[in-house]
Write a protein that binds this ligand. Structure first.
Ligand code: PHE
Length: 454
């Protein structure tokens, strides 16, 4: 049933910070560096940038348009704009994807809390690179600690969500995002001035196209979707709280550049640091939990108090970046349950939180006691990452671009995207052209290739 008690973002800055808060998260600081490391550095980054431009920004605009026009949760949005059609399944797929991502994402988000404690108790002091690897491995394979942090993290998300759109989501983003930027810049400064950092910079800046293959293409596309929170109705849900005068293309552009800048800056922290302490950049998901403690050690070993302060700050801000993203994931599912099943927001939020805790526990255990149980050669955790980021998000993005490019009424599209006619018609035409042809064809090509259907 339709509810008319929907919240709204209060200010333009709030809109940008909350949307950028959804986009900026572990995807930028945790996933981007290790995907870049696994896929050969600069060439991956260039392809990634191409994906952001060719698919990311247009699909962002499409999600904004669908959300603001329908003023409903993402599942209902399609029902409203395409009543009586099968499009409603796209909305439901989005909600399911959000739920699954939130479950495994919160596991890693929980790790950041453990590392705040480790950093704060000065347990990085005097450790060798090998000991940092042990520290991390012992922690993730501990049967309890990661689970407790997972629950704490989901509860923190829960409490922001129950405070509502303006007081919860918007206010928290206004505090957390500026803090994140300041810290990133400080850390980039520290990392690039480490001895031996040059090799890391080279890795980031000198493309080696001989490493590019189908899996690099898929990795870059998946990363663009994941990092921009695309293909699963997150920004569509946020846009349903935008005001009529919010400029959609401009907001999309701002979100995209902020997100990309943070990812690249994170690369400028991790790689110079990793090379400087002699760690291979393809360490995978554990990269930032092993290399960064090393950076703090090496750079400030002689000033232990500074090392403690900076490392605590880094993990606090990593946690905050993750929190602004888990809030947006949670909101997709909460808004859906709240509006579709006529339950209170609080009850809907509890259902989501509990469901994610249960699934998250399995994902977390799959990295420790359950690591011998694999499916298609992957642990449950890796399987969730693969299926959601590499399949569900691109599939969602494919349908969103077809919906926006081909199905939706042109008049509606123009009204929403043109910002009361102030957008240059050429930009509008280019956006629609990309949504009609380029984005769906690229996504389909990359997916078909990866799944071996060609
Ligand atoms: N974009 C977030 C990040 O980079 C993750 C995310 C994915 C959030 C999908 C919402 C939806 O960490």
């Amino acid at each position: 049933m339709e509810r008319n008690d929907r919240g709204n973002f209060g200010s333009k800055l709030g809109v940008i910070l909350a949307s950028a808060g959804s986009a900026v998260g572990l995807g930028n600081i945790w996933r981007f560096p290790f995907e870049t490391g696994n896929h050969g550095g600069a060439a991956f980054i260039l392809i990634y940038l191409g994906c952001v431009l060719l698919m990311g920004i247009p699909i962002l605009v499409a999600e904004f348009m669908i959300g603001r026009r329908s003023r409903a949760n993402t599942a209902r949005a399609y029902q409203k704009l395409a009543p009586g059609t099968q499009w409603r399944w796209v909305g439901r797929l989005c909600v399911l994807t959000g739920f699954l991502i939130l479950s495994y994402y919160s596991v890693v988000a929980g790790w950041t809390l453990e590392f705040i404690v480790q950093a704060g108790t000065n347990s990085f002091a005097g450790k060798s690179p090998a000991e940092f690897i042990d520290l991390f491995n012992n922690f993730v394979s501990n049967p309890w600690r990661p689970l407790i942090w997972l629950i704490v993290f989901l509860l923190a998300t829960h409490f922001v969500i129950v405070r509502g759109v303006e007081k919860g989501i918007e206010q928290s983003a206004k505090i957390m995002m500026p803090a994140l930027f300041i810290l990133l810049l400080v850390l980039v400064g520290c990392a690039v001035s480490l001895p031996g950092a040059g090799a890391g910079l080279k890795f980031l800046l000198e493309p080696d196209f001989s490493k590019v293959n189908a899996s690099v293409l898929l990795g870059a596309m998946a990363q663009a979707f994941f990092s921009l929170s695309l293909g699963m109705g997150c920004l569509c849900t946020y846009a349903s709280y935008f005001r009529k005068d919010t400029d959609l293309p401009k907001t999309a552009f701002n979100v995209a550049w902020i997100d990309t800048a943070v990812a690249v800056l994170a690369g400028f922290i991790i790689f110079p640091a990793a090379f400087s302490v002699g760690i291979q950049p393809d360490a995978g998901p554990s990269l930032i939990f092993i290399t960064l403690p090393n950076v703090f050690q090496q750079a400030f070993g002689s000033l232990p108090w500074l090392s403690v302060i900076l490392s605590v700050m880094f993990y606090v801000l990593l946690a905050l970046a993750a929190l602004t993203s888990t809030i947006s994931l949670h909101e997709v599912v909460t808004a859906y349950l709240h509006e579709e099943f006529n339950m209170t927001r609080k009850k809907a939020a509890w259902l989501v939180t509990t469901g994610c805790i249960v699934i998250g526990i399995f994902c977390s255990l799959s990295l420790g006691v359950g690591k011998d149980y694999t499916l298609f050669g992957m642990t449950l955790f890796d399987l969730f990452d693969y299926v959601t980021a590499k399949i569900m998000l691109p599939v969602g993005g494919f349908f969103i671009s077809i919906f926006a490019g081909w199905y939706i009424d042109r008049k509606i599209a123009w009204e929403e995207i043109s910002n009361n006619g102030t957008l240059h018609p050429l930009i509008y035409k280019v956006l629609i052209f990309v949504l009609k042809f380029i984005a769906p064809v690229c996504i389909a090509f990359i997916l078909i290739n990866e799944l071996g259907l060609l």
